[in-house]
Design a protein around this ligand. Sequence first.
Ligand code: NI
Ligand code: CA
Length: 376
Amino acid sequence: MRIQKIIPHILHHNLEQPFESSFSTFRARTHCLVEMVCDNGLIGWGECLGPATINAAIIDAMSSMVIGRNPLDIEPIWLDIYNQYRDQGQRGVIQTALSGIDIALWDIAGQHFQAPIYQLMGGAFRTSIPAYATGGFRPTGQDHAESCAKEMAGYVAEGFGAVKIKIGYGLASDLATIKAVREAIGPDIELMIDANHGYDAIDAIALGREAAQYNIAWFEEPVVPEALAAYRDVRAAQPIPVAAGETWHGRWAMDQALNQRCVDILQPDICGLGGLSEGRKIITLADTYQVRLVPHVWGTAVALAAGLHFHAILPPSPPSHESRSPLLEFDRTHNPFRQAIVETPIEHHQGRVKVPDGPGLGIEINREALQQFKMT
Ligand code: NI
Ligand code: CA
């Protein structure tokens, strides 16, 4: 079996209602999928976190190192690409592009051995994952507290036991939003806040001290991810557990953050950090430091499927009767192609999502939907 071609697909949908994180405005949903075709007809799929057009261009550039090779040589292919691009890589879009290739290789391996990826990676500790609803961005031109409280109450009504909202729009506005959301969802729902690094340490500490009264499960990306010392400051000076890691790609970046005690919760993203191969190494790293691992997921059903296999193989930590399952990040913001591109949507039932148990990623791509949302 040899790899014949690699096709990046850029999917795109213009948003009728733009929304904002602390630093960017989303006017469209755009994601990059990777299709890997073998000479025996097997096809693997992967997905890359981050800017789709740049990921697609890098995948085109990387494809000459992959075409003609045995797709079961996953680690040798990974290391060859990583090594080739190391000097300008290590982190960022080189690593996100490599992630898409790596996930597609695992999908092919699963189909070849007729086993789900979690089985090939040593077996599942769980077959369904409790999910939390991610949303609560600020709709452009709307009041955040009001829209966010209404949106979160909807997720709770759908059966989610945990929700995450976006903050980073200023201290007064954020505290009003957090209060409104806590009142809307009641005392028993887990509530997380994500600043998308929209604060400096001074404001993040002030926010954390004040927001703690609303029982916040974690404070995500309070400050810019490069500033590890600022993470330490925020973690030391306010009571909410600090979470980050979606932009720390690869085991070296993760190790620095863990070693310097920057976070209580590590959030690696399989479509960003270098794929499932590298993800497996980061599991060992987090386990060694005994830092809680709650993966980041942001993308289509392909990213969700890869994320679910990754969740399945996370060892219970600590290995006790009452050990909690890592939560699955379940994006609820508008994206019509997220589920349309697979034949069987990966949906939640009362806030839980089943790990696909078919060969490889366990998904089948809907070619019509792929065509419909493909950027031309
Ligand atoms: Ni739309
Ligand atoms: Ca985040």
